[in-house]
Ligand binder design. Structure first.
Ligand code: WTA
Length: 654
């Protein structure tokens, strides 16, 4: 698995230097993070770096006070850094906006002012943000955190139903949204979905009182009297140079909630802390991208996901970076859109997902050939394992063999990268497809089913053995699920041993490098987005014609995997192609386009164990044309025969 890249020689001493630094960092993680946190601005320093008294509810920088605005914004104003561009924003329709740190600061203060004075938002309130990729999204996040309110950003591609669930769970009384936005040249009517979601949420007992609407399009939408208010009208109430003092927040207070999928139908509200998250992402950003003042940095994710929270909003602002923010589809109007933006803005650091790379690679090299990409210095990927072949294309074709590929393994729960190369510290030799080594302060390992250490080269489960500042603080409103999901599998609670379980397969090679091998639970990664199979099944089952459903992932050359649903119908309903399409469309509307099943397969019975558990493993093997293995626990072998026939019958359509 070891493979020397010509480029490695440049970094031949990188490995030893890195290992020395790493070893020192984990000798005493409290001391290590104490030092790292002092590089930031605090209102009051902490009494204790890490409170381990109530595991797994670890608390970082206890007794400390701060506000993330102090580090992301206030720090840069009143001096030359104020004039630096924070965001070059590019609309899909090619409209443009340039926002300096000074402008961002003033707009955040004005918005915070009206949120407080006119909307009544205060410390600890939860506000749902449902915005496309426009500058008002980071502005809203910062204005809320300035007041000490907690934001819950919902990805603008989610349906009204998914939005309603998240509003209800977070008990948000205020929603910030837009009239709509452009996607692939079409108009998405975001506000219609909000209206529907609010009705839905009301029925579930949460009444949204105020909706603030940013005008991104022509504003030709229905506004509800007394409830809806235009962002620009609201903002015009704020004095021009108003200053809102950042709320003095405890380091252990919640900065935001971000919902992500797990193994039940109910999304989990991941909670991040202010002090710990801020400290972690600040340091990891520097290790990942080796930032320098003249860099033009572009993380091409959506702020609706954790990658955008950390790597488009908070961490780059904390480094006074200039970022690109792009609203639209990566291949619109043509497959060279991304490369043209890199050329036009002389982007130096580019961070994206393997899915996007596979898509652009598929379009062919002709879309890259005449574009000057010489400004690039570092390239990154996140979200799924990257195939070595795609890695090489990225390295050679896009990076011209000059740019390290920073493959970052992490999760919504971890705040920022955990396992990845660190060119900002000391670049280790790279291996295509490996996320390399854990970052400083991170104690990671690979274990067997029974918790014993896996041998080099042996596939096992990734575990994290020490807490880290970017870790989630818990699940919103569900502490028991937090312990159950992340801390029960390998912890020995009686002996006081607590081990974090991310639910990822991994192996370590002979050099100790980590190779991430995909999810080990019933969570799919579709185009890098996390979707729970049970969430999909719940959506399908709510269709009036459906009795039962089993969803599994089917490998896809571009999107990594796509959901395939095996469905039984209610008595008297006949399967048909129209019904299959209707179910696909139904899921699309129920969750969002990213969840649309690739196939719906009808059977009269699902393969289940005698105790009634759906045997997804059998479905996966069959779909992939592999032997189905042990079926001794199967309740009815006929179910397997029927499924096999159904799959073979439609194999040519896959
Ligand atoms: C997967 C995204 C391989 C992994 C930041 C993890 C990866 C899940 C990588 C979290 C990578 C993320 N290599 N797999 N570099 N990065 N993953 O919460 O399965 O959307 O558990 O966070 O993505 O997905 P999430």
């Amino acid at each position: 698995m070891s493979e020397a890249l010509p480029f490695d020689e440049k970094y031949s001493d990188g490995l030893q230097r890195y290992i020395d630094y790493y070893n020192k960092s984990v000798e005493d993680i409290e001391e290590f993070w104490d030092g790292r946190a002092r590089e930031l601005i605090w209102i009051r320093y902490w009494d204790q770096v890490l409170d381990r008294s109530n595991p797994p509810f670890y608390r970082w920088f206890v007794g400390g006070y701060t506000n993330i605005n102090l580090n992301a914004l206030d720090r840069w104003v009143g001096k030359s850094s104020e004039n630096k561009v924070a965001y070059y924003w590019i609309g899909e329709d090619d409209s443009k906006r340039t926002i300096s740190y000074g402008e961002l600061y003033r707009e955040v203060n004005r918005f915070a002012y009206v949120l407080k004075e006119y909307i009544g938002v205060s410390r600890g309130d939860t506000v749902t943000i449902y915005l496309p990729m426009i500058p008002e999204l980071p502005i809203s996040m910062l204005a809320l955190t300035r007041l000490g309110a907690i934001h819950s950003v919902v990805f603008s591609g989610f349906s009204s139903g998914a939005l309603a669930d998240r509003i209800v769970d977070a008990k948000s009384k205020v929603v910030i949204t837009a009239d709509g936005f452009y996607r692939r040249g079409n108009i998405v009517n975001l506000k219609d979905r909000v209206d529907e979601a609010i009705l839905d949420a009301g029925e579930k007992g949460v009444d949204v009182e105020k909706v603030i609407v940013v005008k991104r399009l022509d504003g030709n939408i229905k506004m509800h009297l007394n409830r809806d208010i235009w962002y620009h009208e609201l903002l015009s109430e704020a004095p021009n140079k108003v200053y809102v003092k950042p709320a003095e927040m405890k380091a252990i207070d919640t900065l935001f909630i971000l919902y992500t999928s797990g193994t039940t139908g109910k999304p989990k509200g991941i909670m991040h802390s202010i002090g710990g998250y801020m400290t972690y992402i600040y340091n990891v950003f520097r290790w990942n991208w080796d930032p320098s003042p003249e860099d033009i940095y572009w993380c091409a994710a959506d702020i609706g996901w954790i990658t955008g929270h950390t790597y488009i909003v908070y961490a780059p602002l904390m480094h006074n970076m200039t970022s690109i923010m792009y609203e639209g589809a990566p291949d619109h109007p043509k497959p060279d859109r991304i490369w043209r933006i890199i050329e036009e803005y002389s982007v130096s650091t580019f961070y994206t997902s393997p899915t996007l790379l596979r898509l652009l690679m598929k379009y062919g090299d002709k879309w890259v050939e005449n574009i000057d990409l010489s400004s690039l210095k570092i390239l990154g990927t996140v979200g799924e394992p990257i195939n070595p072949e795609v890695w090489r294309w990225y390295f050679n074709k896009i990076g011209g063999g000059r740019c390290p590929i920073v493959d970052t393994w992490w999760q919504t729960e971890t705040g920022a990268a955990m396992i990845s190369p660190a060119p900002g510290l000391s670049l280790v030799p790279l291996k295509p497809g490996s996320a390399t080594l854990p970052l400083p302060g991170i104690v990671a390992d690979v274990v067997r089913e029974d918790g014993g250490k896996a041998e080099p080269g042996e596939k096992g489960y990734l575990v994290i053995k020490e807490p880290w500042p970017g870790m989630l603080m818990g699940l919103w409103g569900d502490p028991a699920r937090y312990i159950e999901v992340y801390w029960s599998r390998y912890s020995d609670q009686d002996r006081g041993v607590w081990i974090y379980y991310p639910a990822d397969y991994a192996l370590r090679d002979g050099d100790g490098y980590f190779w991430m091998l995909g999810r080990a639970d019933e969570v799919l990664k579709v185009a890098g987005h996390r979707i729970g199979t049970i969430e999909l099944e719940d959506a399908i089952i709510s269709h009036p014609a459906v009795s039962e459903a089993a969803v599994v992932g089917f490998p896809d050359p571009v999107k990594g995997e796509l959901p395939v649903a095996v469905v039984t119908l209610k008595m008297g309903v006949e399967p048909s192609e129209e019904l299959a399409d209707e179910i696909k469309d139904y899921v699309r509307k129920f969750i969002g386009p990213i969840a649309t099943p690739k196939k719906v397969i009808f059977v009269s019975k699902l393969p289940k164990t005698r105790s009634g558990k759906i045997m997804r493993r059998i479905i996966i093997s069959m779909l992939q044309g592999k032997p189905i293995g042990d079926v001794s626990t199967l309740e009815d072998p006929k179910a397997v025969e029927e499924l096999e026939e159904a799959i073979e019958g439609m194999r040519h359509t896959f």
